[in-house]
Design a protein around this ligand. Structure first.
Ligand code: C2E
Ligand code: MG
Ligand code: MG
Ligand code: MG
Length: 290
């Protein structure tokens, strides 16, 4: 009896592996085709400057509308795209689309903002990637100062010297860098100070329970002061409540991003938000029309 159960168990196990392998292959093929079939699109989430209350940047977030499965979250397909290297062409598409869209907002006469783009390790390790970033800026006509690239701690710490070199090259062209999900990886603080990083993104796991968790309050306050002492801006991610805003504001957090301000929305949605925050009546605007 025990033997039969073992055999069943074994069969179930191989069946499971076959299923997973098959699902994986199907998903991979889906991503490959999806790029060609335009099934991907970007949403944009505002980042707000706490001093002025204005949107000064947006983060581009990838979405995939699968033909039969519908909308799939990036946490479901990005890890697979990273493992297989498909993130490289997919990431190229994200960068191009984000730059093109930001240039379009500027061309529509809106005050210039920064577009922030997430970058995976596989992209960053690709030797031709930095030149493709510069070519994309060139081809879309977006000023380099209006692009920020988000890297994670683990990506950067893997090979700090190499990372610094790549980042400095792009920075000298005007591109800025942020450390995403800060506090969840392993940063060497001595390495951190050598990195050309303009912004730390305090991970949302520390923001989520600010109201209840004393330790999270300690960590959040420490990250904010660390970043500022290293001459970086600190932006809190995942800000949802008034209590979180109040705590972060009282601790001099420069900038915030989260559902409290806006969920990730379409490019049209961003356009209306930017239009709404244009200075309404200024003599400059009236003079401009004469
Ligand atoms: P991330 O870069 O840390 O992006 C922030 C994530 O937090 C986004 O999830 C956003 O929708 C979510 N978020 C923002 N505000 C709030 C909030 O107030 N509450 C909560 N609960 N969540 C909030 P999303 O869009 O599902 O993206 C998940 C992750 O997928 C991203 O985390 C990023 O690591 C990755 N990702 C997304 N787009 C890209 C991309 O184009 N390229 C790469 N390489 N990774 C991407
Ligand atoms: Mg990010
Ligand atoms: Mg993050
Ligand atoms: Mg992340």
């Amino acid at each position: 009896k025990a033997k039969a159960a073992g055999r069943d168990g074994f069969q179930f196990f191989t069946g499971e592996i076959n299923f997973r392998a098959h699902a994986r292959l199907a998903l991979l093929e889906g991503i490959r085709k999806g790029i060609a079939r335009n099934e991907f699109h970007l949403l944009y989430q505002p980042q707000v400057d706490m001093k002025t209350g204005r949107i000064f940047a947006v983060e581009a977030l990838l979405r995939w509308t699968h033909p039969s499965l519908g909308l799939i979250s990036p946490i479901q397909f990005i890890p697979l795209a990273e493992e297989t290297g498909l993130i490289v062409p997919l990431g190229d598409w994200v960068l191009e689309e984000a730059c093109r869209q930001n240039k379009e907002w500027q061309d529509a006469g809106l005050a210039p903002i920064t577009v922030c783009v997430n970058v995976s390790a596989r992209q960053f390790q690709d030797l031709n990637w930095p030149s493709r970033v510069l070519r994309t800026l060139d081809e879309t006509g977006l000023p380099a100062e209006c692009l920020e690239l988000e890297l994670t701690e683990s990506l950067v710490m893997r090979d700090v010297d190499q990372a610094v070199k790549i980042m400095k090259d792009l920075q000298s062209a005007g591109v800025a860098f942020a450390i995403d999900d800060f506090g969840t990886g392993y940063s060497s603080l001595s390495a951190l100070k050598t990195l050309p990083v303009s912004r730390l993104k305090l991970d949302q796991s520390f923001v989520r329970n600010l109201a209840e968790d004393e330790d999270d309050r300690t960590i959040a306050a420490a990250v904010i002061s660390l970043g500022q002492k290293l001459n970086m801006k600190v932006i809190a991610e995942g800000v949802e409540t008034d209590e979180q805003v109040t705590f972060l504001r009282n601790n001099n957090c420069d900038e915030m991003q989260g559902f409290h301000f806006s969920k990730p929305i379409s490019s049209e949605g961003i356009e209306s938000l930017l239009q709404a925050q244009e200075p309404k009546t200024s003599s400059g605007a009236i003079e401009g029309r004469q």
